[in-house]
Write a protein that binds this ligand. Structure first.
Ligand SMILES: [Zn+2]
Length: 114
C-alpha cells in the first residue's frame, strides 16, 4: 500500500526534526495532501494509527490533513482550471496542452513537539 510507505517516510522525517530539537516526542503533524497526489486521506489515517504505535516518540502523534485543490494550467489560452473536473483537457479551448500547477503535493506543513 502506497499510503503506508508515505506514513513511514513522514514519521521518519518528523522524528529527525524532533531529535534535532531535543524534543521527547511528537504531538501533532499537519500534512498537505494534493487532490491528485494519489493519496487517500482515509487510508493514510488508518496507516498512521497503526504506525505511530511502533515508536515511543510518535505513539500519541495526532495527524491533521489539509487538502490542496488540483489546478491545471493551459499553455495555449493561459487559463487555470479545475483538474478534477476537466482532467488534462482545457475547458476553455478544449486543447490538451496543459500541465498541473498544484494538487500533487505531499508536504509536512507543521509539526508540534514536546
Ligand atoms: Zn486552453
Amino acid at each position: 500500500m502506497h499510503e503506508l510507505g508515505v506514513v513511514f517516510y513522514i514519521l521518519d522525517s518528523v522524528k529527525k526534526i524532533a531529535i534535532e530539537n531535543k524534543a521527547k516526542g511528537i504531538r501533532m503533524v499537519i500534512l498537505e495532501i494534493g487532490d491528485v497526489s494519489g493519496i487517500i486521506p482515509y487510508y493514510l489515517e488508518d496507516c498512521w494509527q497503526w504506525a505511530i504505535k511502533k515508536d515511543e516518540m510518535t505513539k500519541d502523534a495526532e495527524l491533521k490533513i489539509e487538502t490542496i485543490k488540483a489546478v491545471s494550467y493551459c499553455s495555449d489560452c493561459k487559463k487555470e482550471f479545475d483538474t478534477i473536473k476537466n482532467g488534462k483537457t482545457c475547458p476553455v479551448c478544449k486543447g490538451g496542452n496543459t500541465y498541473l500547477l498544484t494538487g500533487n503535493e505531499v508536504n509536512i506543513k507543521e509539526i508540534e513537539v514536546f
